[in-house]
Design a protein around this ligand. Structure first.
Ligand SMILES: Cc1cc2nc3c(=O)[nH]c(=O)nc-3n(C[C@H](O)[C@H](O)[C@H](O)COP(=O)(O)OP(=O)(O)OC[C@H]3O[C@@H](n4cnc5c(N)ncnc54)[C@H](O)[C@@H]3O)c2cc1C
Length: 389
C-alpha cells in the first residue's frame, strides 16, 4: 500500500492492529460484493453488528464501551473503511461522530446508558438530521421546530439527505426550540417508531449508492423532556459534531484515493498494449507519479491533523482545510485512475469509477468544497464571505 514517506514507522502497536483489522475486514467482507451493492443501491446491513463487534463505531470516545483509541488509530480506521467504499465509512462516521459523539458530549447519564453501548455494538443504528429541503449549506436557517407540550415537546418539520434514516432506530434531530427565548437550536433524540415520524428512502442517487439515504418527516411528533440533549444549545451542537465527522472524512478520502492508486498501478503493470505493459509509457508513469504525490500530501495533512486533535489543538478551520483538500484529491485522482484502466475502468469490476462517483457526495456533504473555501477565506482575511449583502 502506498506509504511513500514511511508514515507507518511512527505508528504504535495498537494503531497498526486497528488498521490491519479494518483492512482485513474490508478485504474479506466488503471488497467481494461492494460492486454489486453499488449497482443495486443497497448497503450490506448484515455487516452493521460485525462492525460493532470489531469496534468500528467511535472507538476514539471514552467510556460506555468505547476504548478511547488514539486519533491516529481512528483516522486509520476511517481510511481503511473508505478504501472499501465511502458508504461504509459514512455508516461508521454517522454512527460514531454524528450520533454517539453528541450523546457522549451533550447527553444525560440516562441517554448515554441507553444508547451508547447499543450504538457502539451495532445493535442500534442512529442517524443525524440537520439538512432540510430548503436549507443545506446554511442550516442555521432551519425551519424544523419544537414547541413545549406538557411533559415534553412536539416536533414538526422535515429533514432530507439523511444517511441511514430508513434503517435507523434513533435520529438526532436538530430543531429550533420555539418555547425558549431566541428559539435556540437544540438536539432531540427521536426514536423512529414514534407516531408522526416517517423515513422515506431516496432512491435516485448516482453517487454513494452503497449507502442508505432518506428523509425524516416529523408531523406532530411528541418527545418527552428526557429526550432533549441537555448539554448544548445553539448551532455549536450540530457544528461540533460535524467537526468530528469531517475529521474522519479527511482521513477516509485518503483511503479511497489510495485504493484507486493501487488499482491503477496494478493495472498499469499487468495490462499490455503495443507489446508490453502500459506502465512503461511515460504518459502513464506521469499519471501514477502525480497520483502518488498528491495522495502522499493528503496523508501528511491527515496525520498532522491527528496530532493536533490528540493535543486538543485542532480547530474547525484545520479540519476545513483537510476535508477540502483531501476530498478534492480523491475526486481528481479517482478520475485519473479510471483513465488508466481504459474501458474496464467504467465498470464496477474495478473500484476507481465507484470511488469517483462516491466523491461527488463526499465533496458535497459535511460542508461543500465551496463552503470550506469560505471558512478558510474568512480565517485568512478576517472577512466573512458567506453572505453578500
Ligand atoms: C448522499 C448524501 C448523504 C447526506 N447525509 C447527510 C446526513 O446524514 N445528515 C445531514 O444532515 N445531511 C446530509 N447530507 C446533506 C449535505 O450535508 C448537504 O447536501 C450539503 O450540506 C449541501 O447542501 P445542499 O445540498 O442543500 O446544497 P446548497 O446549500 O443548496 O448548495 C448548492 C450549491 O451552492 C453553493 N453555495 C451555497 N452557499 C454558498 C455560498 N454562501 N457561497 C458560495 N456558494 C454557495 C454550494 O457550495 C453548492 O455548490 C447528505 C447529502 C448527500 C448527497
Amino acid at each position: 500500500m502506498l506509504d511513500f514517506v514511511q508514515l507507518e514507522a511512527d505508528l504504535d502497536q495498537e494503531e497498526r492492529m486497528i488498521r490491519d483489522t479494518a483492512r482485513e475486514f474490508v478485504a474479506e467482507h466488503v471488497k467481494p460484493d461492494i460492486g454489486d451493492h453499488f449497482e443495486d443501491g443497497t448497503f450490506p446491513t448484515e455487516l452493521i453488528p460485525k462492525m460493532g463487534e470489531l469496534g468500528f463505531y467511535a472507538p476514539n470516545l471514552e467510556g460506555y464501551g468505547s476504548p478511547n483509541v488514539s486519533e491516529t488509530a481512528y483516522g486509520l480506521l476511517m481510511q481503511e473503511l473508505e478504501a472499501g467504499d465511502s458508504g461504509l465509512r459514512s455508516m461508521a462516521s454517522v454512527q460514531g461522530a454524528l450520533v454517539m459523539y453528541p450523546i457522549r458530549a451533550y447527553g444525560s447519564e440516562a441517554q448515554k446508558e441507553e444508547w451508547l453501548p447499543a450504538l457502539g455494538e451495532g445493535e442500534a443504528v442512529g442517524c443525524f438530521g440537520l439538512t432540510e429541503p430548503e436549507h443545506g449549506s446554511n442550516p442555521s436557517a432551519m425551519e424544523t421546530h419544537a414547541e413545549r407540550d406538557g411533559d415534553g415537546y412536539v416536533l414538526n418539520g422535515s429533514k432530507t439527505w439523511i444517511t441511514n434514516s430508513p434503517i435507523a432506530d434513533v435520529a438526532v434531530v436538530w430543531a429550533r426550540d420555539r418555547s425558549s427565548e431566541d428559539a435556540p437550536v437544540r438536539g432531540f433524540l427521536v426514536e423512529t417508531d414514534r407516531d408522526g415520524v416517517s423515513t422515506n428512502k431516496i432512491t435516485e442517487k448516482l453517487s454513494l449508492r452503497a449507502s442508505i439515504t432518506g428523509e425524516i418527516g416529523l408531523n406532530d411528533v411528541h418527545v418527552p423532556e428526557e429526550n432533549v440533549l441537555p448539554g448544548v444549545s445553539g448551532m455549536k451542537g450540530p457544528l461540533s459534531c460535524l467537526t468530528q465527522a469531517r475529521y474522519g472524512i479527511a482521513w477516509g478520502a485518503v483511503g479511497a484515493a489510495r485504493d484507486c492508486f493501487e488499482e491503477a498501478r496494478a493495472y498499469a503493470t499487468e495490462r499490455e498494449q503495443f507489446g508490453g505493459p502500459i506502465g512503461r509509457f511515460q504518459l502513464q508513469q506521469e499519471k501514477l507519479a502525480e497520483m502518488a504525490t498528491q495522495i502522499t500530501l493528503a496523508q501528511l495533512l491527515a496525520y498532522r491533523l491527528a496530532d493536533l486533535k490528540e493535543r486538543g489543538e485542532m480547530r474547525p478551520q484545520h479540519v476545513s482545510m483537510a476535508k477540502r483538500n483531501n476530498v478534492r484529491t480523491a475526486r481528481e485522482q479517482s478520475k485519473v485512475a479510471r483513465e488508466i484502466l481504459g474501458g474496464n475502468g467504467i465498470t464496477t469490476d474495478y473500484s476507481p469509477m465507484r470511488h469517483m462517483a462516491n466523491m461527488e457526495t463526499v465533496y458535497t456533504y459535511e460542508g461543500t468544497h465551496d463552503i470550506h473555501t469560505l471558512v478558510l477565506g474568512e480565517e485568512l482575511t478576517g472577512l466573512q464571505a458567506f453572505t453578500q449583502q
